[in-house]
Write a protein that binds this ligand. Sequence first.
Ligand code: ARG
Length: 678
Amino acid sequence: MGLIEQQVAAELAEWPGFKALGLTADKIFQNLARPPKDDMGDLAFATFKVAKERGIAPPQLALELVAGRDTAGISKRLRKIDTGPDLPAARANLVVTVGTAGPYVNIQLNRAGVAALVLAAIEQQSAGAEPKDWRYGDSEAGRGKTLVIDLSSPNIAKPLAVHHLRSTMIGYSIKKLRESQGWRVVGVNHLGDWGTGFGKLIAGLKKYFPEVEQRAKAGDDKPLGDMSVQTLNETYARFNSESKDNEALAEAGRNEFAVLEQHIEALVKGERTQAGEVNFRIWQHTREISLAEFERMYAHLGLSFHLWPVVDHAHKQVLTSEPEAFYRAHCLYIGESYYVAAEDLCRRIIADSVAGHVAEESEGAIVIYTHGKDKPPLMLVKNDGATSYHVRDLAAAIYRHRHWQANELAYVVGGEQKWHFEQLFKALELLEHTWANGCRHIDFGLMLFQQADGKWAKSSTRRGTAIMLEDLLDEAIKSVREIMTAKNPELAATPEGERVAHAVGVGAVVFNDLKAGRRNNVKFDWDAVLDFEGESGPYMLYQYVRMGSVMQTFANRYGKQEPGAQATGAAIAEVANQAETGDAALLTLDEEWRILKLLADFPDAVAKASDEYEPSVVAQHLIKLAGATSTWWTATKDTRIVGDDKALSLARVRLVNAIRRTLGKGLTLLGMTLVDRM
Ligand code: ARG
């Protein structure tokens, strides 16, 4: 509830009945509601709360509020209604009539006034031809506040599987949503680059690829040659299964990690261990190979990550001179290893927890009983002396809070890790970090695929049904390319066509991922994902493109353009400027009214999505907007959007422009890339 409600509240505050009861605009605003059915009026003032405060029966209060209303005044005001763009929209009166229905004061709105208000707001806040300048839906609510958001966070030496898409895109969208509300958002990729698993990997590499060890020993800092992530993954899996019932191998794996961890901890003190050099080189190269592969995927998805701490000069400069711009443009890679190495954080936390009697020894390990003795404790140090996933997360949280003075720390991680985060946050509390109450686990459901037997299941490495993210995206792009080749061969054959196929293909997968509440499991059904007519990414982009081409049609018919010219950004921008002179009062269709209300509610949807870490709120709003637009299309079949009546066409194109910018803004907030043609 925003734009419309605010003005209505201000107007009602001037009405005799409301004034007599001393109801301020704020108070009125808080009690405005949307009636469930259209024929009940456009808005309603619910009297319950005020009636209770004043000790009056609600229906009685409703009558008092509307009694003595200045009808002469209303009609005078009605005459002053803004019907064109030259009057500032804020001066239009929105309330046309009021009546009561039991405890409610029902309010009928002046549609032309609402239309002028909403359209002017969008035009003012989305001036500029480029989507990056579209600010409708933005707010300053979070100014001065910082959110550090943990997103994507895959493990190295493993390919990116489809489930990583969820953490990446939900996280990325939340980042954009929060930024739109004025927050500084630091995106952190908590790379899983540390842990006993890497001991097994190194042991496996040494066992099955002796040349790797030889090269590392000889000082080669690319000891793995051109080994792929896939091979690294298989090597780990092979060693892991062989060591399951072979204690000697298992021991070797643990040793390799101990050597590596001692080495990196020595590095902090400026020392080196001879034995650790080799493992360190192998590990570093593993990390490099994995990052190179991850990079490809992030580029596909439109994300940029930068290694932390930033060392290269150019980026460092941006970071110091324009931190906001830096954090907007890049997320950070901060691997788990960083917290073991940098500042020796992990060991300090362990020491402090023991000294403060928060942690205790148990069977050779050091643990914290976060939830009482009958629940499994949080492990800080394993019985072989290695740091744990949990202690690295404690270190990361403390680091993030300290380094960025974060108001909130959010973790976009699957629901399987619920208990991990419950324990983590509780441990922070036990360690007397009062800011622990600003930590949130942003959990999400699984991505499900249909199996041969027709059942839906998650993709699983164990069952050999793992689906690689890259394959999925490639497949989506390929399918879109095929559809385009059939429908728009001319475009498909050009480099622009390739960019479009990419944006639409990736957008299809992303929208499918974000459109339902994040806690729901997502069924990945190719037909629905790529359906150009369903509630899909391609359909949303198609509606966006369509708005642009109507504007082009207008230019061709009424502008100075060559007939038949293609929709281009510049031409559309020119029509947009012209469209602002359209007369909002001509938008009298119910379908138009519905669209206007959806446009008016867009900023609230964005604010809600941001507050609730729920991109689907925006996605669902866009689905409604696209749907309402499509219904409008059908309803204007006879007169057309751009038809013989120039004034009407201009008014409608004004609405089209507003839809286009709102839709475009929303899709961008979901992390999608816009296209002008498809
Ligand atoms: N690397 C972990 C995994 O793949 C996810 C890490 C999530 N972030 C965190 N701070 N624990 O399961």
